[in-house]
Design a protein around this ligand. Structure first.
Ligand code: IZC
Ligand code: ZN
Length: 421
């Protein structure tokens, strides 16, 4: 019996469903489901059918899109961004080229603190318009769900301003946003000699953030010259008691042991992990804390040593990938470039990269049940790629491979040559 649907995507060369009952850990990251010569049917913004073209016979529609043998996948998930911020830090490029370390720039009142000044000065609407511009670009790269951190206010008023902007964008932009409170991102000038008092002020915001549903996660930058492991443990333990899931910027530059702390506290994710110890990696595998790796940042900081993704995967850790888009240590929305860094610098296979950019990335921000997979009944967040297969994206680097992006079954970004209005 025929079934009428809103849209039929036909003649799909390779369809990656990324279907999985949970995050893919270790060796499971090598698995992915590929359907050759596939059809996807969309009805009421959701996926109504996925299968081979011949099994799609019963589905009929006035809107048929011939995908011309291209690759089709779920929308990508970027689980670690600082997308809401004021200003920019291009003037720091010269310092980086002269070899001034990231933490030295921060110590001199630049880096994060430079963005804090520009974010405090910006109005809520200015921050909204700027973040919307960056989200439009992320959407054009096929990203349909994004995590957005605060952390450029470092005072109550501006932290709330950032979180409100992210909430307004979640309600107005095609991309779904998931918010993280990163008030503990750096020590502001006002609290230079009293980090504990500053952390207390940030903790005092949590009840309001919870009531207003302004963030689901609490994050902290555990780093030399920022917050110690002990300060981080006390801060995150308090946040956990108040009902927040936890994230840590861990072992990004110096190996302080943030990785171990994330596993010890049962954080949903530990992010960066460039200096993660053998013990820390072992603990991640046991705790199920997801390792969110950010190779774009390691590249941009000019480091030779990248996170040990191969060891993590071989030891059974669940690995996700993200841009870490921010104005200082990784100013790019280009998540396709991150795929190539993951291949060449983290030595991840194409199959592992696709799991890390969809399923695992979604679980790293608590959206495993709604994002990162093409499954009948889920929202139709779909990308048609100008690529013949899934190997192609990490291989052909530095460009945007998207042909068309669907969010909840609606075309939200495209090139003209395949889809007429
Ligand atoms: O530098 C920035 O603005 C973002 C960052 N936070 C922790 N590492 C990098
Ligand atoms: Zn970050």
């Amino acid at each position: 019996m025929n079934q009428h649907v809103d849209v039929l995507l036909i003649n799909i060369g390779q369809l990656l469903t990324m279907e999985s009952t949970g995050p893919r850990a270790g060796k499971e990251m090598q698995q992915l489901t590929v359907i050759e010569d596939a059809t996807v049917a969309i009805a009421n913004g959701k996926i109504a059918f996925i299968g081979t073209s011949e099994s799609a016979e019963p589905f009929k529609s006035e809107k048929i899109i011939d995908c011309q043998g291209k690759l089709v996948t779920p929308g990508l998930v970027d689980p670690h961004t600082h997308v809401v911020f004021g200003g920019s830090r291009e003037h720091e490029m010269a310092l980086k080229q002269q070899g001034v370390p990231y933490l030295e720039i921060l110590k001199q009142g630049g880096g994060i603190l430079s963005t804090v000044k520009q974010t405090r000065e910006a109005s809520e609407d200015q921050l909204y318009e700027k973040a919307r511009f960056h989200l439009d670009r992320m959407l054009s790269y096929g990203v349909t769900t994004v995590e957005a951190k605060s952390g450029y206010g470092l005072d109550v008023e501006t932290e709330l301003k950032q979180l409100k902007v992210a909430k307004r964008l979640h309600e107005s932009h095609p991309i779904d946003l998931v918010s993280t409170f990163l008030g503990a991102h750096a020590i502001p000038y006002e609290y230079k000699n009293n980090p504990e008092a500053f952390l207390k002020e940030m903790l005092a915001m949590l009840d309001h953030i919870k009531e207003e549903e302004l963030a689901e996660f609490v994050d902290i930058f555990t780093e030399t010259g920022v917050f110690t492991v002990e300060q981080s443990r006390d801060y995150l333990a308090e946040a956990k008691l108040k009902g927040f899931d936890l994230k840590i910027h861990a072992d990004e530059i110096d190996p302080l042991g943030g990785t171990e702390l994330a596993a010890e506290l049962g954080a949903i994710s530990a992010d960066h992990l460039v200096g993660a110890s053998d013990k820390g990696i072992e603990m991640l595998a046991k705790s199920g804390t997801i390792a969110v790796l950010l190779p774009g940042t390691t590249f941009y900081l000019g480091k030779e040593t990248f996170a040990r993704a191969r060891k993590m995967i071989d030891e059974g850790v669940t690995v996700a990938l993200a841009t870490d888009f921010n104005p200082g240590s990784c100013p790019t929305e280009n998540i396709h470039l991150i795929m190539t860094f993951a291949a060449l610098k983290l030595k991840m296979t194409p199959e592992e990269i696709w799991n890390a950019m969809t399923v695992n990335a979604a679980y790293a921000i608590g959206r495993g049940d709604t994002a990162g997979q093409l499954v009948v009944g889920r929202e139709a967040d779909i990308v048609i790629w100008d690529a013949p297969n899934y190997l192609y994206l990490p291989y052909h680097y530095g460009v945007n491979h998207v042909n068309s992006v669907f969010k909840r079954g609606k075309i939200v970004s495209k090139r003209r040559d395949i889809i007429e209005d």
